[in-house]
Write a protein that binds this ligand. Structure first.
Ligand code: ZN
Length: 160
């Protein structure tokens, strides 16, 4: 009888293991490629200069199909946030309470990105005390390589 158990390990499990991974599509692929280089870029219309997110082929303002990827400073502010409550997927329940924030970008206030506020790029999802979350707080993008997945932007407080 073959019983296959996971190999024994004496190191703590990675707190980022088993989290859901983004699935890049063709329109969004450049976002992830730039993130892997530590750059936050937003798809921007080359005709009317309007940034758009999520990425898509056509500008919703002028219907142009030409676009480029504008580099952002990575600065923004917390527009809103939630503290997800159980029931949660097991990998997330292990880190609760953690936060999910919506960030309004400084250079493109109509662009709002969903992410997590963390104490450092590779820190756990629950590394910031929920009592520190404030709508309007200035934040800055940092980049974290997900185990087995793409590099994602995360956020740290400008004034930790
Ligand atoms: Zn346009």
């Amino acid at each position: 009888m073959n019983t296959s158990l996971p190999p024994a390990t004496d190191t703590a499990p990675d707190p980022g293991a088993d989290l859901l991974l983004p699935v890049p599509d063709d329109d969004g692929a450049p976002f992830w490629e730039y993130a892997a280089r530590g750059e936050l870029r937003v798809q921007t219309c080359s005709d009317c200069d309007e940034p758009r997110f999520p990425p898509r082929p056509c500008c919703p303002h002028c219907q142009s199909f030409t676009a480029h990827w504008q580099r952002m400073s990575g600065r923004g502010r917390i527009w809103s946030y939630v503290l997800p409550h159980p029931p949660l997927l097991p990998a997330y329940a292990a880190q609760a309470p953690y936060n999910a924030i919506i960030v309004e970008l400084t250079e493109a206030p109509r662009i709002r990105l969903v992410g997590n506020l963390v104490a450092a790029p590779d820190a756990a999802l629950n590394s910031v005390d929920p009592a520190r979350l404030r709508i309007g707080a200035p934040v800055k993008a940092v980049f974290h390589a997900l185990p087995g997945g793409p590099t994602v932007p995360r956020w740290v407080l400008e004034r930790p």
